[in-house]
Design a protein around this ligand. Structure first.
Ligand code: SAM
Ligand code: DTB
Ligand code: SF4
Length: 326
């Protein structure tokens, strides 16, 4: 068995097989919760939740056709294309996020890929500014080449978000304008530059449970594991091809988060998009089985997120604390 990191506690494996992951995912719910909780307590004993604030710095008009995304120019959605934000606007938002208790500021651009030039240079300045405020900086800009990753690293970037989104098999029914392999290449470029990897996916897009498990197998086969693994529930936006899909059952999210926690014991697992439709109780179950990071702030990129007060209450009622700045 390949074990990249040997330390006391739960071994960190990169050789998870589809059948064993499916067996874990399908355990009786309380048995799965017990197993995930045990890993969580042993590997993430701090009882802390990382608060990450998102900001869309370039909204809409994206040439990609991701079927879930309100920012794709292929679909008629309520999101209208907007000019890229200025550095000072972004830094004002970052300051507000810091004052509200966030420790990571994540900036998203509706780009297929990064192009060298003034827009990218502006993102580099945004990263420098966010770092100067003492926040962790994360960006999600689409596909990224090695030299661009290097430039972001030099600017102080902590993390790059690029989701695998789903399984290799189901991917083609969701996006046809780029491949799964393209996504893996970007993740390799991020790693080579010494930036931490944030990569996860979405459930509720019509995929099978095997697809969900196959996505987790892919994420867990990355060496090292992504430092952060966002698990999103599809936000069903009018005008996208997935708008009429039924909502997931909250226990499906609990199962995904618990399975992710067992497979990737040392990673931050982020309970990401979709919280607005989840009860407090369902969110508490997710925090219990292994989620230790959330998006915090009234807005995700283009859709609503729970209010900050509600999240503060949620964290307090669970006896957890917000992670302090590192
Ligand atoms: N354009 C860049 C890219 O695709 O890598 C960065 C921004 S993109 C909006 C970042 C991620 O947000 C996507 O990979 C997807 O996982 C997630 N996302 C987008 N729309 C979503 C939705 N409606 N529901 C849940 N997650 C969504
Ligand atoms: C991630 O996994 N989820 C975030 C972040 N990474 C960039 C984005 C969620 C977007 C939800 C739809 C929207 O608000 O546009
Ligand atoms: Fe563009 Fe990213 Fe949305 Fe896909 S997920 S359409 S690449 S903004």
């Amino acid at each position: 068995m390949a074990q990249a990191t040997q330390a006391p506690g739960t071994p960190v494996r990169h050789d998870w097989q589809q059948a064993e992951v499916r067996a874990i995912h399908d355990l009786p719910l309380f048995e799965l919760m017990d197993r995930a909780r045990a890993v969580h307590l042993s590997e993430q004993p701090e009882s802390e939740v990382q608060l990450c604030t998102l900001l869309s710095v370039k909204t809409g008009g994206c040439p990609e056709n991701c079927a879930y995304c309100p920012q794709s120019s292929h679909y008629e959605t309520p999101v209208k294309g907007e000019a890229m934000l200025q550095v000072d606007e972004v830094l004002a938002a970052a300051e507000r996020a810091k004052a509200a208790g966030s420790t990571r500021f994540c900036m998203g651009a509706a780009w297929r890929s990064v192009k060298d030039g003034p827009a990218f240079d502006r993102v580099v300045d945004m990263v420098k500014g966010v770092k100067a405020l003492g926040l962790e900086a994360c960006v999600t800009l689409g596909m990224l080449e090695e030299h661009q990753a290097q430039k972001l690293k030099e600017a102080g970037l902590d993390a790059y978000n690029h989701n695998l989104d789903t399984s290799p098999g189901f991917y083609k029914s969701i996006i046809s304008t780029r491949t799964y392999e393209d996504r893996l290449v970007t993740l390799r470029n991020v790693r080579k530059a010494g930036i931490t990897v944030c990569s996860g996916g979405i459930i509720g897009m019509g995929e099978s449970v095997d697809d969900r498990c196959a996505m987790l197998v892919q994420l867990a086969s990355l060496e090292p594991h992504p430092e952060s693994v966002p698990i999103n529930a599809l936000v069903r936006v009018t005008g996208t091809p997935l708008e009429a899909l039924p909502p997931i059952d909250p226990t499906e999210l609990v199962r995904m988060i618990a399975t992710a926690r067992i497979l990737m014991p040392r990673s931050k697992v982020r309970l990401s998009a979709g919280r607005s439709e989840l009860s407090r109780e369902a969110q508490l179950m997710c925090l219990f089985v292994g989620a230790n990071s959330i998006f915090y702030g009234d807005q995700l990129l283009t859709t609503p997120n729970p209010e900050k007060n509600a999240d503060q209450d949620l964290i307090r009622s669970a006896g957890l604390t917000a992670q302090a700045p590192s």
